[in-house]
Design a protein around this ligand. Structure first.
Ligand SMILES: Nc1ncnc2c1ncn2[C@@H]1O[C@H](COP(=O)(O)OP(=O)(O)OP(=O)(O)O)[C@@H](O)[C@H]1O
Ligand SMILES: [Mg+2]
Length: 278
């Protein structure tokens, strides 16, 4: 049976300042959704809050994965429950190789009862699978020996995120600007990698993006526009075309209250305190 990721009336605050003001979003397994919205509208805030980042405080509302309260779970338990997040700015882990990181992550997610120090999945099986997935993504096998994200180019970081997705086989994946920094060919390769996993695993995918290009490959059936901390418009792929052609001016005039909140967020973003990394 297919699972459901349900976000209801989600309010999220950072340092006491409300950024998300009641987000409703339902993604079923096997569906592809796109989340678009101007800079600072709260897209990454949504993914951090769902990931369980401690700076992002959920003040109201709920998020469930197949009825299970995600917000009550630790970050690693959320991954075990089947949620995967590819962040806009992946962090590097010096001293931990891609292969080592993935072997641990895969062992934990596939065997949720595993305790630290217990046996990992077999090296042979893991290596074979890793090689196959890297091949799909057009990655040099040597890459697996490098420290995770340490000195990776923008495009390499994004490929490494999709490699994690391919290895972890989650029920739901949120991809935050996975297209940013990828060259034209890489967008296609990475998208095809995502599609392959999504089709095989019936993954429900939420693609956060500013541009149509990635959505030409990872084709959404549902498109949501986040503006001023809430979803103001929902539709099909025609919304992407509309935004590409006209930008956000029409959204601004159609939703004046949200536009006020959006202006406030923008001012905050431009202030020196409005920046923090994961
Ligand atoms: N950790 C943080 N500390 C302070 N302010 C934050 C933090 N994270 C987000 N914000 C603020 O919350 C607002 C929403 O940011 P968010 O990163 O969610 O936007 P976004 O929609 O992902 O934008 P972009 O398209 O530029 O990635 C912005 O005003 C931002 O400055
Ligand atoms: Mg963002």
């Amino acid at each position: 049976m297919s699972k459901v990721l349900q976000i209801s009336n989600l309010h999220v605050a950072i340092d006491g300042k409300e950024i998300l003001k009641g987000v409703n979003l339902t993604v079923r397994q096997g569906e592809v959704h796109a989340l678009m919205g101007p800079n600072g509208s709260g897209k990454s805030t949504l993914s951090y809050a769902l990931a369980g980042h401690p700076s992002y405080e959920v003040t109201e509302g709920s998020a469930t994965l197949d009825g299970q309260d995600l917000l009550a779970l630790d970050a690693d338990e959320r991954a075990k429950a089947g949620l995967f997040l590819a962040f806009q700015y992946p962090t590097s882990i010096p001293g931990v190789t891609v292969a080592n990181f993935l072997r641990h992550a895969v062992s934990n997610v596939r065997n949720p009862d595993r305790k630290e120090g217990e046996e990992l999945i077999s090296m042979r099986e893991f290596r074979k699978e890793l090689r196959e997935q890297m091949d799909v993504l057009g990655m040099d096998p040597e890459f697996a020996r490098r420290y995770l994200n340490e000195g990776f180019s923008g495009g390499e970081k994004k490929r490494a995120e999709v490699l994690q997705l391919a290895m972890l086989r989650p029920a739901f994946a949120i991809l935050d600007e996975t297209d940013s920094g990828l060259d034209i060919d890489a967008v296609r390769v990475v998208s095809e990698g995502v599609n392959k996993v999504a089709e095989r695993e019936k993954t429900g995918v939420l693609v956060i993006t500013h541009y149509q290009r990635i959505l030409n490959y990872i084709k959404p059936s549902f498109v949501h526009i986040l503006f001023g901390g809430r979803i103001v418009e929902e539709g099909g792929p025609e919304l992407v075309t509309l935004l590409e052609e006209q930008g956000y001016d029409w959204v601004r005039s159609k939703y004046p209250d949200a536009a006020k909140d959006e202006d406030e967020l923008e001012q905050q973003q431009n202030s020196p305190s409005g920046q923090l990394t994961f």
